[in-house]
Design a protein. Structure first.
Ligand code: LLP
Length: 423
C-alpha cells in the first residue's frame, strides 16, 4: 500500500503538508500498531526556523520549553537547529543532557523544589531560576556567592484555559514584584548575583498584546538590577488548532517587531547589551505531531452516535483536562455507502465517561477499522500520557526529512507495568 492508496475519507491538512512522507497513515498504523504518535521532522525544523527569525537582535536566544515533548530524538533535532532548552525538573535536565545539550544551554525554571533538586542542578552546572524569595534563600544556602535567576510575576496572564494562565493574581507562579526589597535583601544576604529574570504569562495565546504588556513590565523591572545579563519573556505562543475553520497562526512577525522596538529602546536607554530569551514549547512541537488511533466500535447510545477508538485519555489528556479541541482526520480504505457528514462523539477505551476526544463533531462517515488522526498532538501529548487502566503508552515514530519512517520510542510492553514492584 503506497502513498497513492485511495482514501475514502478526509485527510486534508496532512496531505497538504505531505505529513506522512512516502508512507501513509493506514500503512503506518499496520506497521507500528496504534495508538501511535507520528512526528514530521520537516515541520519541526520549519517551526524552529520561524522561532529563530522572531527577533532581529544579536543576543536573542530561544529556550525550547521541553515539557511539551521530551522524546530524545525530538530534543536532538531541536538542539541541531540551535535552540537552547528550559527544564522543569531534574528529570528534564537529565534527558536534555542525554540529548547533547551542554549544562550552560539549560535553564532550570523550578517551582517548589527540594534542596536536593536545587543541588542537583547546581552540581550539573545548570543555571537555576527560583520561583519565590524563600526558594532564593534555600538556593543561597546551597550555592552562596553564586549566580541565579528569578521568575517574576508580571501581574498579567493569558492562556487557553484558567489552568494554564501563569501570570496575574490567580496563580502560584513567580515572585510578586512588591517583594523587591525582600528579593534584594536575600540576594545580599547570600552574596548572590542576579543575572537573569524570567516570566511566563501562560500557555496558548493567539495575539501578542498581553505578552508585550508583560515584556514591557519585565524590562522596566530589570532596571532595578544592574548585574542582569538576560531577560526571558517566556513562552505561550499559540498554534491554530481549528485548522478546519481556517484559523490563522499567531502573527510572530508582528510580535517580533513590537519586541524589537522594546528591546532596542531598553538597550539604548541602559547603555548595555542584554541577552533576550523566549521559552516556546507548544509552538515548536505541536504541529509536527499527529496521533493515530483505530476505530474499534461504532454504536448508538441515548440517541447519540459514539465512535470508539483506542485513544483514551491516558494517551492524549488535553481534551479531558482542558476541553481542548483537536482537528480530526479519518483514513479508511474500506468502501462505505456514503461520504455524508454526521454528528458523532469520538471516545477512547478508558473506563470513565469523560474519556472523550471530540464531542458532537461533524465528521465524514466513520466505520469500524478506520484510522483516525488527531492533529496538533506533538505538544503535551505523549509527555502527559500515563498507564491508567494499565494501558500501555504508545510508540512514537519520526517521518524524517526524506519522508522515511522510523521508530523513536518503543510502545510499552506488558512487563513494563510490573518492573517497579519489588520482588
Ligand atoms: N515556560 C514556562 C515556565 C512554562 O511553565 C511553560 C508551560 C512554557 C514556558 C511553555 O509554554 P508553551 O509555549 O508551550 O505554551 N499542558 C497544557 C499546557 C501547559 C503549559 C505549562 N507551562 C496544554 O496541554 O495545553
Amino acid at each position: 500500500m503506497k502513498n497513492n492508496t485511495k482514501f475514502y475519507v478526509q485527510n486534508i491538512w496532512t496531505k497538504g503538508v505531505n505529513f506522512y512522507g512516502i508512507s501513509n497513515p493506514i500503512e503506518l498504523a499496520e506497521k507500528y500498531g496504534t495508538p501511535l504518535y507520528v512526528y514530521n521532522e520537516t515541520i519541526l525544523r520549519n517551526r524552529c526556523n520561524e522561532l529563530k527569525n522572531l527577533l532581529d537582535y544579536r543576543n536573542f536566544k530561544i529556550n525550547y520549553s521541553a515539557k511539551a515533548n521530551t522524546n530524545l530524538s525530538i530534543l536532538k533535532i531541536i538542539r541541531d537547529e540551535g535552540l537552547l532548552v528550559d527544564a522543569m525538573s531534574p528529570g528534564e535536565i537529565f534527558i536534555e543532557l542525554k540529548a547533547g545539550f551542554k549544562p550552560e544551554e539549560i535553564l532550570f525554571i523550578c517551582n517548589n523544589v527540594s534542596d536536593e533538586e536545587i543541588a542537583f542542578a547546581v552540581k550539573s552546572g545548570v543555571m537555576v531560576s527560583v520561583d519565590s524569595v524563600s526558594q532564593l534563600a534555600r538556593y543561597g544556602k546551597i550555592n552562596r556567592g553564586g549566580k541565579v535567576a528569578v521568575r517574576i510575576n508580571p501581574g498579567v496572564g493569558a492562556g487557553h484555559h484558567e489552568k494554564v494562565i501563569t501570570g496575574g493574581k490567580n496563580t502560584k507562579f513567580g515572585v510578586d514584584p512588591i517583594l523587591i526589597d525582600d528579593l534584594k535583601a536575600t540576594l545580599k544576604q547570600y552574596d548572590l548575583q542576579l543575572i537573569g529574570i524570567n516570566q511566563h504569562i501562560g500557555s496558548l495565546f493567539m495575539t501578542s498584546e498581553v505578552y508585550i504588556e508583560a515584556a514591557t513590565f519585565l524590562l522596566e523591572f530589570a532596571e532595578n538590577f544592574p548585574e542582569i545579563e538576560f531577560i526571558d519573556f517566556g513562552g505561550g505562543f499559540g498554534i491554530p488548532y481549528h485548522k478546519g475553520s481556517g484559523e490563522q497562526p499567531i502573527d510572530l512577525k508582528k510580535l517580533g517587531i513590537k519586541l524589537k522596538c522594546l528591546v532596542d529602546n531598553w538597550v539604548s536607554k541602559n547603555g548595555k547589551e542584554i541577552t533576550i530569551k523566549v521559552e516556546p514549547g507548544r509552538f515548536t512541537v505541536a504541529e509536527c505531531g499527529v496521533l493515530l488511533g483505530r476505530v474499534h466500535s461504532v454504536k448508538m447510545n441515548g440517541g447519540k452516535k459514539y465512535i470508539g477508538t483506542d485513544i483514551g485519555f491516558n494517551v492524549l489528556a488535553r481534551p479531558i483536562m482542558y476541553d481542548s479541541f483537536h482537528e480530526i482526520e479519518i483514513y479508511g480504505t474500506a468502501e462505505r455507502d456514503n461520504l455524508f457528514k454526521e454528528t458523532v462523539t469520538l471516545v477512547g477505551n478508558i473506563c470513565e465517561t469523560g474519556d472523550v476526544i471530540a464531542k458532537d463533531r461533524s465528521l465524514t462517515k466513520i466505520i469500524e477499522g478506520d484510522i483516525v488522526g488527531i492533529l496538533d498532538a506533538g505538544a503535551y501529548g505523549m509527555v502527559m500520557s500515563s498507564n491508567y487502566n494499565c494501558r500501555l503508552r504508545p510508540a512514537e515514530i519520526l517521518i524524517d526529512k526524506g519522508g522515511n519512517d522510523r521508530l523513536i520510542r518503543k510502545r510499552d510492553e506488558l512487563n513494563d507495568l510490573i518492573i517497579h514492584f519489588p520482588e
